[in-house]
Design a protein around this ligand. Structure first.
Ligand code: BF8
Length: 657
């Protein structure tokens, strides 16, 4: 069965489409296994939700006050308070961005407070990213004479905290340090410079509460303002602060996919976003005592696998094999081989525990924000750091005991593994190409036609991972270098596209270059906060080429958006002048083309119109920031749209190809 949503100009996949089109054979195998065992997954729950609410899909319902819920339709063009379509749709999008900012903000807070605790000697983490400490100290004009690394790192973290929480109109340190001068001037003129992450979240909820802002264009400006707060207080902040703690990643080869799990080993999965507890658990697992204990329990060793963004972080820094993403978390449990899954924050779906209970997998939660009924809860709090060492040890002991005690007769590990190269920090990418100048030259001469960052979640509205993989294959075939993060990166890692051998699938020019450098054409740069790495690369390359980012052959692509966090990612890139291509629209009513009056053929169509869709996809936003949103649910057409966009940019620059 397929689900047809004309309001989105797209067909949603049914069960058979998903099972046929999902590119990873291991996922197909596990989806079938869960179905055969009658254990529910997102696919069953997705079916049960059909048809999904047409008002919700288009952003046409408002639940912001107790007069509602109100829905906008032909008979009721306004909510009870008088809110019209523009105000309702824009208000919903702005609120989604605020929620995404809250999620990344909470993550950032944990990492910043961890630096402070480590610098004060309350946590045993050695601050491995010394270069980043000195770089940020210089950018923030911190006096470093007579200060050691720890003291300086603590001060840097305090500056980052201020960017997260400032309540006054002073400039954000991170934005001042890293945003391009042309953009700073533009954002000043547009009046969208933010105060801080926390202030802009508060202001957004304030503006959209009952009787708040009645001007949708002011909400659109707040969307940009909040995206800048999101970018500089949480993306740049978290990404760099994590580098201060655990080091700046360097490329490394590993193996990925469900086949890395081993029947005769203790299998532990690390899942979530903030890698602090995960790093400590890993330290314990690698210790000789724990390795011996695993053997004493009858295991041949311990396998650690990564899921979602914590998985990306561990892959980047330690080459820990990653397994899967948000929509694979139940499937990973379905192997029956996972003894424990350790989860920190975000994208840990309630369905995980249901599956875990069916296979005797221990679920251990480590963040007070992400409790799961029935799970072991061993929280990490950088402001109460005293028990971290014992807590990490307890987590490992729970996993070992789970291996020892549980029934292992239901194990089925799909034997699919791929080689992959992870660990692409911004510096590592630049170094691999021999410096910014050389990379910019490859772009100019057309060896690399453009750079697309292909990122984001999975969504059951798209055949699982199909669009990510299809689009990216087409892009590299056409000479477009790809950076990737988050759930998308797991799809591409498992598809073998992040291994140096994937160069064979690229255009002649890109293939030769990647072969010569020994790198893949798809660079997994980390978790979602590490989209900051791709953005920094775009900014630095534009500067190197003597151009503005908005004129460069770059694009941001989110084929399968799911979490509210993705709204902020997209708008961050838009604010910097990088156009977006999304697999289907955020809840915005897409204007549906209709036949022109007196049309002789089906080709003569009038494009429908509404203000918010026109703002994002037409000239409204474009005239302000030089970027717009393209929506294309069909992946081959999407890749074609990206190619055309990049070609237009190259023509505009007078660059060949
Ligand atoms: O931050 S891509 S589903 S895992 S939100 Fe979540 Fe989306 Fe995955 Fe990481 Ni990002």
């Amino acid at each position: 069965m397929k689900y047809n949503y004309p309001s989105l100009n797209a067909e949603m996949p049914g069960r058979e489409d998903v099972k046929k089109l999902t590119p990873n054979p291991a996922s197909r195998e596990l989806l079938q296994r869960m179905e055969d065992k009658n254990i529910e997954t997102w696919l069953d729950r997705y079916e049960a939700q059909q048809p999904q609410c047409g008002f919700g899909l288009r952003g046409l319902c408002c639940r912001n006050c107790q007069w509602g819920p109100c829905r906008i339709g032909p008979k009721s063009p306004k909510g009870i308070c008088g809110k019209d379509l523009n105000l309702m749709v824009m208000g919903n999008i702005v609120r989604a961005l605020a929620a995404g900012l809250a999620a990344h903000g909470r993550h950032a807070h944990e990492v910043y407070m961890t630096i402070i605790a480590a610098a004060e000697g309350k946590l045993d983490f050695p601050l491995l990213g010394e270069e980043r400490v000195w770089e940020l100290a210089e950018k923030f004009s911190i006096q470093i004479e007579d200060k050691d690394l720890a003291q300086t790192a603590k001060e840097v973290a305090q500056f980052l905290l201020e960017d997260l929480g400032r309540m006054t109109a002073d400039p954000m340190y991170m934005l001042e340090a890293y945003a391009p001068p042309e953009r700073k001037q533009l954002w000043q003129e547009l009046g969208v410079l933010p105060r801080s992450g926390s202030y802009e979240m508060m202001e957004t909820l304030h503006m959209t509460t009952l009787g708040g802002c009645s001007d949708w264009t002011a909400l659109a400006a707040q969307e940009l303002r909040m995206a800048l707060a999101y970018c500089y207080s949480t993306l740049y902040g978290s990404s760099m602060a994590t580098e201060i703690l655990f080091g700046i990643p360097q490329p490394k080869i590993t193996e990925v996919n469900y086949g890395i799990l081993k029947e005769d080993h203790v299998n532990i999965l690390m899942h979530g976003h903030s890698p602090v507890m995960a790093e400590k658990v890993l330290e314990k697992i690698y210790s000789a005592e724990i390795q011996q204990q695993a053997k004493d329990y009858g295991a041949k060793g311990i396998v650690v696998g990564g899921m979602c963004c914590t998985g990306d972080e561990l892959l980047c820094r330690h080459g820990v094999p990653s397994v899967t993403n948000i929509m694979g978390q139940e499937l990973a449990i379905g192997t029956g081989a996972v003894d424990a899954v350790v989860v920190d924050m975000q994208c840990v779906i309630p369905g995980l525990k249901t599956a875990a209970d069916c296979f005797g997998t221990e679920v251990i939660t480590t963040c007070d924000s992400n409790r799961i009924p029935g799970a072991h809860h061993i929280p990490f709090d950088p402001e109460r750091p005293d028990t971290l060492e014992q807590d990490a040890e307890r987590i490992v002991q729970l996993a070992l005991a789970a291996f020892k005690n549980r029934d292992r007769s239901h194990i089925h590990i799909p034997q699919h593994r791929s080689r992959a190269m992870g660990g692409w920090s911004c510096e590592a990418v630049v170094d691999a190409f021999g410096g910014l100048e050389k990379l910019a030259q490859h772009l100019k001469d057309g060896t690399i036609k453009g750079i697309a960052t292909v990122v984001g979640c999975n969504n059951p509205k798209v055949p699982y991972e199909h669009n990510h993989v299809t689009i990216v294959k087409k892009l590299i075939e056409n000479g477009i270098l790809v950076t990737t993060t988050g759930c998308c990166s797991h799809a591409l890692l498992n598809a073998g596209l992040c291994a140096p051998e994937a160069a064979e699938q690229a255009s002649a020019g890109l293939k030769d270059l990647c072969r010569q450098l020994g790198i893949p054409p798809v660079l997994a740069v980390g978790g979602c906060v590490d989209n900051a790495r791709s953005l920094r690369l775009f900014i630095d390359l534009a500067q190197q080429a003597g151009k503005h980012v908005k004129d460069m052959p770059f694009m941001f692509i989110g084929p399968e958006p799911g979490n509210e966090k993705t709204v902020g990612q997209g708008v961050t890139f838009l604010a910097h002048g990088v156009s977006n291509l999304v697999g289907f629209p955020a809840p915005i009513p897409v204007p549906l083309p209709t036949a022109k009056e007196g049309a002789q053929s089906n080709d003569e169509m009038d494009r429908g119109s509404n203000d918010v869709a026109d703002f994002f996809a037409g000239d409204g936003l474009y005239e302000k920031v030089g970027a717009r949103v393209y929506t294309e649910p069909y992946p081959k057409l999407a890749a074609q749209t990206v190619r055309m966009h990049i070609k237009r940019k190259r023509l505009g620059l007078g660059w060949r190809g």
